[in-house]
Design a protein around this ligand. Structure first.
Ligand code: 9WO
Length: 252
């Protein structure tokens, strides 16, 4: 997959995606990240990319022309037309389903705003969709773009050393992840649940699924709402809830 990033801070984005699984995906040729600086597509001595906002008020707006030229250069650099995504709090929230869908495209372009954002006409004419990574305001779209690249990059075929990892992701099943433990078995901070040491793979799978269901019920009931659990999962969750009620009784 190829990702083009239009940004006034190319170094910031590159640095963010140069490490770990996603950095390795690039070295393995599974992911190509290219950055484009609108400042390189200006024609005035000051390399101006922003202007004051019509209507007044504080803050500057990224102007059409440098962005139009930059996006034209991005388009010219590859055969397929890219799906253009603008990162902003006004966008639709990014979910793992959305990540999986975007990760399947051959190419996307991420447009990062700074200041008060880009001229609205850029959104209307050159952007296919607006994506938000959460309900908060950053100082620009770059960190959000890095989040998107990270989430997409690790899903590229061959990026994870163990193909099972992506399947066992938190959210791959719409549930939160189960707890994880490594050595030592016994520690001042507690012991590893016995079932994980049992060698009984079916029992371990059941326990992990039950923990995932239970934690989702406790922490993110919204993820379970309107979802029909199969009989086995429902039984695991019922047992978890019963156990949870008993444990909380003991606290009082
Ligand atoms: C800046 C500003 C300055 C003075 C007065 C009003 C102002 N509003 C903003 C502003 O909202 N700037 C945004 C910064 C414009 C778009 C790029 N920026 C951004 C993207 N901040 N947060 C995001 C973002 C992207 C995706 N998901 C969550 C947040």
């Amino acid at each position: 997959m190829r990702i083009d990033v239009v940004t006034l801070f190319p170094g910031l984005v590159r640095e963010c995606v140069s490490v770990g699984v996603v950095g390795r995906a690039q070295k393995r040729g599974l992911l190509q990240v290219y950055t484009w600086n609108p400042r390189d597509h200006t024609h005035d001595p000051h390399r101006t990319v922003d202007a004051t906002s019509y209507g007044g008020g504080p803050g500057m707006v990224m102007m059409i022309e440098p962005l139009r030229r930059t996006l034209a250069a991005v388009s010219g650099a590859a055969a397929e037309p890219a799906h253009v995504v603008y990162l902003s709090p006004q966008g639709a929230r990014l979910t793992q389903d959305k990540v999986v869908a975007l990760a399947g495209l051959p190419r996307i372009t991420l447009l990062c705003g700074r200041y008060e954002g880009v001229d609205e006409r850029v959104l209307a004419h050159a952007v296919d969709e607006e994506v938000s990574i959460g309900d908060y305001v950053l100082s620009g779209g770059e960190l959000a773009a890095a989040v998107v690249i990270d989430a997409l990059g690790r899903l590229q075929e061959g990026a994870l050393n163990d193909a099972r990892s992506a399947l066992e992701d938190s959210f791959s099943d719409g549930l939160l992840d189960c707890p994880h433990y490594a050595k030592p078995v016994h520690d001042a901070w507690g012991s590893v649940p016995e079932v994980l040491l049992s060698g009984d793979h079916a029992a371990i799978a059941r326990w992990r699924r039950q923990q995932a269901l239970g934690r989702t019920w406790l922490r993110r009931p919204d993820l379970l709402a309107g979802r029909d659990l199969d009989a086995g999962s429902q039984a695991l969750l019922d047992a978890f809830r019963l156990n949870h009620a008993k444990a909380s009784d003991g606290e009082n």
